[in-house]
Ligand binder design. Structure first.
Ligand SMILES: [Zn+2]
Length: 304
Protein backbone atom coordinates (compact mmCIF):
# COMPACT_ATOMS: atom_id res chain seq x y z
CA UNK A 1 0.00 0.00 0.00
CA UNK A 2 1.17 3.50 -0.76
CA UNK A 3 0.85 5.80 2.22
CA UNK A 4 -0.66 9.19 1.36
CA UNK A 5 1.65 12.13 2.05
CA UNK A 6 -0.03 15.51 1.91
CA UNK A 7 2.08 18.49 0.92
CA UNK A 8 1.99 21.77 -0.99
CA UNK A 9 5.02 23.64 -2.35
CA UNK A 10 3.60 26.87 -0.93
CA UNK A 11 3.61 25.73 2.72
CA UNK A 12 6.78 27.57 3.73
CA UNK A 13 6.45 30.90 5.52
CA UNK A 14 8.53 33.99 4.68
CA UNK A 15 10.07 35.29 7.92
CA UNK A 16 12.72 37.74 9.08
CA UNK A 17 16.16 36.25 9.77
CA UNK A 18 16.61 34.73 13.25
CA UNK A 19 12.87 34.26 13.75
CA UNK A 20 12.20 31.36 16.15
CA UNK A 21 10.03 29.59 13.58
CA UNK A 22 11.96 27.94 10.75
CA UNK A 23 10.66 29.50 7.53
CA UNK A 24 11.58 26.50 5.40
CA UNK A 25 10.59 23.66 7.71
CA UNK A 26 7.89 22.17 5.48
CA UNK A 27 9.94 22.27 2.29
CA UNK A 28 12.97 20.90 4.18
CA UNK A 29 10.93 17.94 5.40
CA UNK A 30 9.62 17.25 1.89
CA UNK A 31 13.11 17.43 0.41
CA UNK A 32 14.43 15.02 3.01
CA UNK A 33 11.55 12.54 2.72
CA UNK A 34 11.35 12.46 -1.05
CA UNK A 35 14.98 11.28 -1.23
CA UNK A 36 14.42 8.36 1.15
CA UNK A 37 13.35 4.80 0.41
CA UNK A 38 10.08 5.65 2.15
CA UNK A 39 8.93 7.72 -0.80
CA UNK A 40 8.64 4.56 -2.94
CA UNK A 41 5.83 3.52 -0.63
CA UNK A 42 4.17 6.91 -0.59
CA UNK A 43 1.91 8.90 -2.86
CA UNK A 44 1.91 12.68 -2.61
CA UNK A 45 -1.41 14.55 -2.57
CA UNK A 46 -1.77 18.32 -2.93
CA UNK A 47 -4.50 20.17 -1.02
CA UNK A 48 -6.73 22.90 -2.42
CA UNK A 49 -7.25 26.07 -0.36
CA UNK A 50 -9.94 25.95 2.35
CA UNK A 51 -13.30 27.42 1.42
CA UNK A 52 -14.74 30.18 3.58
CA UNK A 53 -17.81 28.11 4.45
CA UNK A 54 -15.52 25.35 5.79
CA UNK A 55 -13.40 27.81 7.77
CA UNK A 56 -16.54 29.24 9.35
CA UNK A 57 -17.15 25.91 11.08
CA UNK A 58 -14.19 26.88 13.26
CA UNK A 59 -13.40 30.59 12.90
CA UNK A 60 -15.41 33.79 13.05
CA UNK A 61 -16.09 35.72 9.84
CA UNK A 62 -14.33 38.74 11.33
CA UNK A 63 -11.13 36.81 12.01
CA UNK A 64 -11.17 35.08 8.60
CA UNK A 65 -11.46 38.53 6.96
CA UNK A 66 -8.51 39.83 8.95
CA UNK A 67 -6.33 36.99 7.70
CA UNK A 68 -7.63 37.29 4.15
CA UNK A 69 -7.21 41.07 3.94
CA UNK A 70 -4.19 41.55 6.20
CA UNK A 71 -6.01 43.63 8.79
CA UNK A 72 -4.51 42.25 11.99
CA UNK A 73 -3.66 44.87 14.60
CA UNK A 74 -0.06 45.04 15.85
CA UNK A 75 -1.18 43.39 19.07
CA UNK A 76 -2.93 40.56 17.21
CA UNK A 77 0.15 40.00 15.07
CA UNK A 78 2.29 39.87 18.21
CA UNK A 79 0.05 37.22 19.78
CA UNK A 80 0.14 35.26 16.52
CA UNK A 81 3.94 35.47 16.51
CA UNK A 82 4.19 35.72 12.71
CA UNK A 83 4.15 38.80 10.47
CA UNK A 84 1.16 38.86 8.12
CA UNK A 85 1.89 38.50 4.39
CA UNK A 86 -0.03 37.36 1.29
CA UNK A 87 2.06 34.20 1.41
CA UNK A 88 1.20 33.52 5.06
CA UNK A 89 -2.49 34.02 4.31
CA UNK A 90 -2.38 31.74 1.27
CA UNK A 91 -0.43 28.98 3.03
CA UNK A 92 -2.85 29.09 5.96
CA UNK A 93 -5.80 28.34 3.66
CA UNK A 94 -3.81 25.49 2.10
CA UNK A 95 -2.40 23.93 5.27
CA UNK A 96 -5.69 23.82 7.15
CA UNK A 97 -7.31 22.02 4.24
CA UNK A 98 -4.23 19.78 4.03
CA UNK A 99 -5.17 18.28 7.40
CA UNK A 100 -8.73 17.83 6.17
CA UNK A 101 -7.43 16.02 3.05
CA UNK A 102 -5.17 13.93 5.29
CA UNK A 103 -8.21 12.95 7.39
CA UNK A 104 -10.22 12.06 4.30
CA UNK A 105 -7.38 9.94 2.88
CA UNK A 106 -6.89 8.26 6.27
CA UNK A 107 -10.46 6.95 6.01
CA UNK A 108 -9.74 5.23 2.69
CA UNK A 109 -6.14 4.13 3.44
CA UNK A 110 -6.13 3.58 7.22
CA UNK A 111 -3.27 6.08 7.53
CA UNK A 112 -2.31 9.37 5.93
CA UNK A 113 0.47 11.76 6.89
CA UNK A 114 0.49 15.52 6.52
CA UNK A 115 3.86 17.24 6.04
CA UNK A 116 2.46 20.16 8.05
CA UNK A 117 -0.38 20.78 10.52
CA UNK A 118 -0.84 20.86 14.24
CA UNK A 119 -1.70 24.58 14.47
CA UNK A 120 -3.42 23.93 17.78
CA UNK A 121 -3.03 27.35 19.43
CA UNK A 122 -5.40 29.11 17.01
CA UNK A 123 -8.70 30.10 18.66
CA UNK A 124 -11.93 30.81 16.79
CA UNK A 125 -11.36 34.59 16.77
CA UNK A 126 -7.58 34.99 16.96
CA UNK A 127 -4.29 33.34 16.01
CA UNK A 128 -1.65 32.52 18.61
CA UNK A 129 1.75 30.87 18.98
CA UNK A 130 2.55 30.68 15.21
CA UNK A 131 -0.92 29.22 14.48
CA UNK A 132 -3.24 31.09 12.09
CA UNK A 133 -6.12 28.65 11.57
CA UNK A 134 -6.79 25.57 13.71
CA UNK A 135 -6.37 22.63 11.33
CA UNK A 136 -7.24 19.93 13.88
CA UNK A 137 -10.59 21.48 14.83
CA UNK A 138 -11.20 22.35 11.15
CA UNK A 139 -10.62 18.80 9.94
CA UNK A 140 -12.62 17.20 12.75
CA UNK A 141 -15.64 19.52 12.41
CA UNK A 142 -15.78 19.41 8.61
CA UNK A 143 -15.35 15.63 8.43
CA UNK A 144 -18.22 15.20 10.88
CA UNK A 145 -20.51 17.81 9.31
CA UNK A 146 -20.05 16.19 5.89
CA UNK A 147 -21.03 12.82 7.32
CA UNK A 148 -17.64 11.24 6.61
CA UNK A 149 -17.23 10.19 10.22
CA UNK A 150 -19.11 10.46 13.49
CA UNK A 151 -16.62 10.70 16.32
CA UNK A 152 -13.11 12.12 16.21
CA UNK A 153 -10.38 11.71 18.79
CA UNK A 154 -7.59 14.29 18.70
CA UNK A 155 -4.39 13.05 20.34
CA UNK A 156 -2.05 15.99 20.74
CA UNK A 157 1.50 15.09 21.78
CA UNK A 158 3.07 18.47 20.98
CA UNK A 159 5.01 19.77 24.01
CA UNK A 160 2.63 22.75 24.19
CA UNK A 161 -0.97 22.32 25.23
CA UNK A 162 -3.54 22.25 22.40
CA UNK A 163 -5.41 25.15 23.98
CA UNK A 164 -7.10 26.49 20.83
CA UNK A 165 -8.33 23.05 19.81
CA UNK A 166 -9.65 22.38 23.32
CA UNK A 167 -11.51 25.70 23.38
CA UNK A 168 -13.01 25.44 19.87
CA UNK A 169 -14.17 21.83 20.44
CA UNK A 170 -15.27 22.18 24.08
CA UNK A 171 -19.01 22.00 23.38
CA UNK A 172 -18.78 19.40 20.63
CA UNK A 173 -19.51 15.99 22.10
CA UNK A 174 -18.45 14.24 18.88
CA UNK A 175 -14.88 15.50 19.23
CA UNK A 176 -12.71 14.36 22.13
CA UNK A 177 -9.56 16.42 22.72
CA UNK A 178 -6.56 14.92 24.47
CA UNK A 179 -3.41 16.92 25.16
CA UNK A 180 -0.21 15.51 26.66
CA UNK A 181 2.09 18.48 27.19
CA UNK A 182 4.72 20.04 29.46
CA UNK A 183 3.08 21.90 32.33
CA UNK A 184 5.73 24.65 32.35
CA UNK A 185 5.57 25.43 28.64
CA UNK A 186 3.46 27.91 26.67
CA UNK A 187 0.54 28.62 26.97
CA UNK A 188 0.83 30.02 30.49
CA UNK A 189 -2.92 29.79 31.00
CA UNK A 190 -4.07 26.35 29.91
CA UNK A 191 -7.47 25.62 28.40
CA UNK A 192 -9.44 22.55 29.44
CA UNK A 193 -9.18 19.66 27.01
CA UNK A 194 -11.47 16.65 27.48
CA UNK A 195 -8.36 14.91 28.78
CA UNK A 196 -5.15 16.69 29.79
CA UNK A 197 -1.87 15.29 31.03
CA UNK A 198 0.58 17.96 32.19
CA UNK A 199 4.13 16.62 32.36
CA UNK A 200 7.02 17.67 34.60
CA UNK A 201 10.14 18.90 32.81
CA UNK A 202 12.17 16.06 34.31
CA UNK A 203 9.99 13.16 33.14
CA UNK A 204 12.05 10.18 31.90
CA UNK A 205 11.72 8.56 28.47
CA UNK A 206 10.12 5.47 30.03
CA UNK A 207 7.59 7.39 32.11
CA UNK A 208 6.71 9.58 29.13
CA UNK A 209 5.87 6.50 27.08
CA UNK A 210 3.77 5.12 29.93
CA UNK A 211 1.76 8.36 30.08
CA UNK A 212 1.10 8.14 26.34
CA UNK A 213 -0.01 4.50 26.62
CA UNK A 214 -2.33 5.33 29.47
CA UNK A 215 -3.80 8.38 27.70
CA UNK A 216 -4.64 6.62 24.44
CA UNK A 217 -6.17 3.74 26.36
CA UNK A 218 -8.43 5.99 28.40
CA UNK A 219 -9.40 8.34 25.55
CA UNK A 220 -10.25 5.64 23.02
CA UNK A 221 -12.69 4.18 25.57
CA UNK A 222 -14.21 7.60 26.29
CA UNK A 223 -15.25 8.36 22.73
CA UNK A 224 -14.84 5.20 20.59
CA UNK A 225 -13.63 7.23 17.58
CA UNK A 226 -13.97 6.38 13.92
CA UNK A 227 -11.12 8.76 13.11
CA UNK A 228 -8.02 9.75 15.07
CA UNK A 229 -6.05 12.92 14.44
CA UNK A 230 -2.56 12.53 15.82
CA UNK A 231 -0.31 15.55 16.43
CA UNK A 232 3.19 14.05 16.53
CA UNK A 233 4.92 17.25 17.68
CA UNK A 234 8.67 16.87 18.05
CA UNK A 235 9.18 19.80 20.40
CA UNK A 236 9.22 17.25 23.26
CA UNK A 237 12.73 16.40 22.01
CA UNK A 238 15.60 17.03 24.42
CA UNK A 239 17.38 19.35 21.96
CA UNK A 240 14.30 21.34 20.97
CA UNK A 241 14.83 25.09 21.17
CA UNK A 242 11.46 25.87 22.81
CA UNK A 243 10.44 22.62 24.53
CA UNK A 244 11.52 21.92 28.08
CA UNK A 245 11.35 18.14 28.12
CA UNK A 246 14.19 15.69 27.76
CA UNK A 247 12.79 13.03 25.43
CA UNK A 248 15.21 11.16 23.14
CA UNK A 249 14.68 10.52 19.42
CA UNK A 250 14.40 6.81 20.23
CA UNK A 251 11.46 7.35 22.58
CA UNK A 252 9.79 9.90 20.35
CA UNK A 253 9.81 7.19 17.67
CA UNK A 254 8.52 4.62 20.18
CA UNK A 255 5.73 7.05 21.07
CA UNK A 256 4.71 7.33 17.41
CA UNK A 257 4.82 3.55 16.95
CA UNK A 258 2.75 3.06 20.10
CA UNK A 259 0.00 5.44 18.97
CA UNK A 260 -0.14 4.12 15.41
CA UNK A 261 -0.06 0.45 16.43
CA UNK A 262 -2.74 0.97 19.06
CA UNK A 263 -5.29 2.40 16.62
CA UNK A 264 -4.29 0.19 13.69
CA UNK A 265 -5.06 -2.88 15.83
CA UNK A 266 -8.52 -1.42 16.42
CA UNK A 267 -8.96 -0.64 12.71
CA UNK A 268 -9.41 3.05 13.43
CA UNK A 269 -8.01 5.33 10.69
CA UNK A 270 -5.26 7.77 11.72
CA UNK A 271 -4.38 11.10 10.18
CA UNK A 272 -1.01 12.41 11.38
CA UNK A 273 0.26 16.01 11.47
CA UNK A 274 3.82 17.06 12.27
CA UNK A 275 3.11 19.63 15.01
CA UNK A 276 5.79 21.77 16.61
CA UNK A 277 9.54 21.43 16.41
CA UNK A 278 12.21 24.10 16.76
CA UNK A 279 15.92 24.05 15.97
CA UNK A 280 18.54 26.29 14.38
CA UNK A 281 19.65 23.25 12.42
CA UNK A 282 17.10 22.81 9.62
CA UNK A 283 18.32 19.35 8.66
CA UNK A 284 18.18 18.07 12.23
CA UNK A 285 14.65 19.43 12.56
CA UNK A 286 13.54 17.76 9.31
CA UNK A 287 15.03 14.49 10.57
CA UNK A 288 13.01 14.72 13.79
CA UNK A 289 9.81 15.44 11.87
CA UNK A 290 10.54 12.52 9.53
CA UNK A 291 10.23 10.02 12.41
CA UNK A 292 6.43 9.88 12.19
CA UNK A 293 6.73 8.97 8.49
CA UNK A 294 9.14 6.13 9.34
CA UNK A 295 6.76 5.00 12.08
CA UNK A 296 3.78 5.06 9.68
CA UNK A 297 5.76 3.03 7.17
CA UNK A 298 6.83 0.51 9.79
CA UNK A 299 3.31 0.01 11.14
CA UNK A 300 1.35 0.08 7.89
CA UNK A 301 3.84 -1.11 5.32
CA UNK A 302 6.49 -3.46 6.54
CA UNK A 303 8.35 -4.00 3.27
CA UNK A 304 11.03 -1.39 3.91
ZN1 LIG B 1 4.54 23.04 20.22
Amino acid sequence: MKIPWIFHQDYDIPLPKNHRFSSSKFGDLYTLLIDTELSKNAEVFIPAPAKEIQLMKVHTQEYINKIKDGNLSMKEEKVLGLPWSETLSKRSYLAVNGTYLTSDLALSHGIACHLAGGTHHAYSNYGSGFCVFNDLAYAAKNMISEGKCKKVLIIDCDVHQGDGTADICKDDKNIFTCSIHASNNFPTIKAKSDFDIALDDTISDEDYLKKIQSAINICSKEIKPDLVLYDAGVDVHKNDKLGRLDISSEYMFKRDLEVLNFFKKKNIPIATVIGGGYSNDNFELAERHSLIFYAANQVFNQKI
